[in-house]
Design a protein around this ligand. Structure first.
Ligand SMILES: [Zn+2]
Length: 558
């Protein structure tokens, strides 16, 4: 039977009724909009007369796409991003048209924030996106479609509306952080400037008063700062190979906020932690998620206590849960499927690993993610090698070479048995690495006036302090038995490294001065070189220019 055709007259009626209701919804579209402001009184109210498609649209659209990526796109249709020249809403979300929009005027206000302008754009767009993904349209359109229940005047007094706006500010701030924008400190200043630019009064129907909105955003900012510190410290701990505390940090962040990015990072962290437990020779291939495959492959035999088998099983379970959640949130990120295939590979389920690596490769080709497509071929090559098909393995590793050179090369050498144990030849640098003259190893003996100090877990604390040109992140566990400190330079840092290099130096210059790195850490936007002996990580952009560096000091094993 045709499923589309209703089977009885009553359903036909129901169908008609629904369409009618939707039509009414469309005609009343303006009321179902969720705007950053909705104001039509005196001021500079002007409806849109033309779409904006210039560079401003391109800049905002890229921020928008980054937010969609971080949130994950799977649960609902991806809204369309539009920009126009109106002076009415600042920004809006239209659930009927599945559209998020921004006015050129508010773009200009964001642009006024100079180096923070992208973060300001992210704050506005993430606010609207939260209304969309959290289905805020339901309660509000319900209210606006029941006029006998409430006039537009009394909507203002409804705590529901204010609650939703607060939630949009809070979850929007989290989303911006997950996408890499730190917007929380901007909000109070941004709101003042935005209201002024639109000539708006302090009070607008349906929104908290400006003063309250500023106060709420300041409170939200404080909460966001804690989560932000935890999320960033998790990334830093992962970089230096402290996977277990990093996983604790990600788990805490997930309590506050769930996104594709956080789930995926947590899953990767669990798998990396699991690899730490592996016996030498137990898995003699290099995985595309490993930050430092060589030191694992070269490590000497140690005996695993039996209770560590339980730890391995638990980590596998965790990795699976996180990666399933990440997969449920996105279908455009090939990395999520790739990591899933690596999970099955490590769990000795080759058929599932094959399925997910094929899926990863298809997704990577479809959404143009060449490195991930190469990494999927590497997983397939490892599967072929394990299945005693060395010719297939060699062909697949070779095919992956141009897309993911380092890992493909390492696996080819392992397969063909012509691997020389890599000698990491970092050069001696006479001066210790310091940022603003701080001796990082001594930092815990000082009284630290931390700006953020959050309990991540029982007896585990995360701290953060902002300086003008760098940020300090602290991990402090078991009364300092285990701890780590990281100083991360900001783009305006004018100081120099121990060898006299500064921001803008090339990767070749750094390698001439420091020698070969202990490990190369590819992140989504940067390539980082870790010099463990010097306690410094250098991060380069796609042009191989130094954009920031991280000085660190850790005490992580007893
Ligand atoms: Zn809103």
């Amino acid at each position: 039977m045709n499923k589309i055709m209703p089977s009885n007259p009553l359903s036909v009626f129901a169908l008609l009724f629904t369409s009618l209701f939707l039509l009414v919804g469309c005609l009343r579209g303006q009321e179902s909009l969720f705007a950053f402001v909705t104001y039509q009184g005196p001021g500079t109210f002007a409806p849109a007369s033309a779409p904006v498609t210039n560079y401003k649209f391109d800049v905002a659209n890229e921020v928008f796409n980054n937010l969609v990526r971080a949130r994950g796109d799977r649960q609902k249709a991806i809204p369309k991003f539009v920009m126009d020249n109106g002076r009415q809403y600042m920004a809006w979300m239209n659930p009927t048209a599945v559209e998020i929009g921004m006015e050129e005027r508010i773009y200009d206000v964001c642009a006024g924030f100079g180096p923070d302008s992208l973060a300001a754009l992210a704050a506005v767009l993430a606010h609207e996106m939260t209304h969309y993904y959290e289905n805020h349209d339901w309660s509000r359109s319900f209210i606006s479609q029941n006029e006998e229940l409430s006039t537009s005047e009394s909507i203002a007094s409804l705590p529901e509306g204010i609650k939703l706006e607060t939630e949009a500010d809070y979850k929007g701030g989290m989303l911006a952080i997950a996408a890499g924008y730190d917007a929380y400190d901007l909000m109070p200043r941004f709101l003042k400037l935005a209201y002024a630019a639109y000539g708006l009064p302090e009070r607008i129907t349906g929104y908290p008063a400006l003063a309250d909105r500023i106060e709420i955003s300041a409170n939200t900012a404080n909460q966001l700062k804690g989560v932000h510190a935890i999320y960033h410290t998790a990334g830093l701990l992962t970089m230096v190979g402290a996977y277990e505390p990093a996983l604790q940090y990600y788990e805490h962040a997930l309590n506050a906020f769930q996104s594709y990015e956080v789930y995926n990072n947590a899953g990767v962290c669990a798998l990396l932690s699991l690899l730490d437990y592996m016996q030498p020779g137990e898995f003699p291939y290099a995985l595309p998620l490993e930050l430092d495959a060589t030191s694992r492959l070269d490590k000497l035999a140690t005996r695993l206590p039996s209770k560590q088998e339980a730890a391995k099983a638990m980590l596998l379970q965790k990795a699976r849960n996180y990666l399933v959640n990440a997969m449920n949130l996105t279908e455009r990120e090939a990395v999520a499927a790739l990591n899933m295939s690596i999970y099955y590979l490590l769990n000795e389920e080759p058929y599932d690993a094959e399925y997910w690596s094929t899926k990863a490769q298809r997704t990577a080709i479809r959404y143009r993610q060449p490195q991930t497509s190469g990494n999927a071929q590497i997983v397939q090559g490892i599967l072929a090698a394990q299945d005693n098909r060395p010719d297939d393995a060699e062909r697949l590793f070779n095919a992956a070479l141009p897309k993911s050179r380092a890992i493909a090369e390492l696996n080819l050498d392992l397969l063909l048995g012509n691997r020389n144990t890599a000698i990491t030849a970092s050069k001696a640098v006479s001066e210790p690495e310091r940022i603003q003259g701080v001796k990082l190893g001594d930092i815990f003996s000082e009284e630290l006036d931390l700006e953020v100090n959050v309990e991540v877990d029982k007896s585990v604390f995360c701290g953060k302090k902002e300086y003008e040109d760098h940020t300090l992140f602290i991990h402090f566990a078991d009364d300092g038995e285990r701890r780590a400190a990281f100083q991360v330079t900001k783009p305006n840092y004018r100081g120099l490294t121990a060898t006299g290099a500064g921001i803008g130096a090339t990767r070749t210059e750094i390698m001439d001065q420091y020698g070969l790195a202990n490990k190369v850490i590819p992140t989504r936007t940067e390539t980082c070189l870790d010099y463990a002996k010097h306690g410094v990580i250098f991060c380069f952009d796609t042009d191989d220019r130094l954009v920031r560096w991280i000085v660190y000091s850790t005490k992580l094993t007893n």
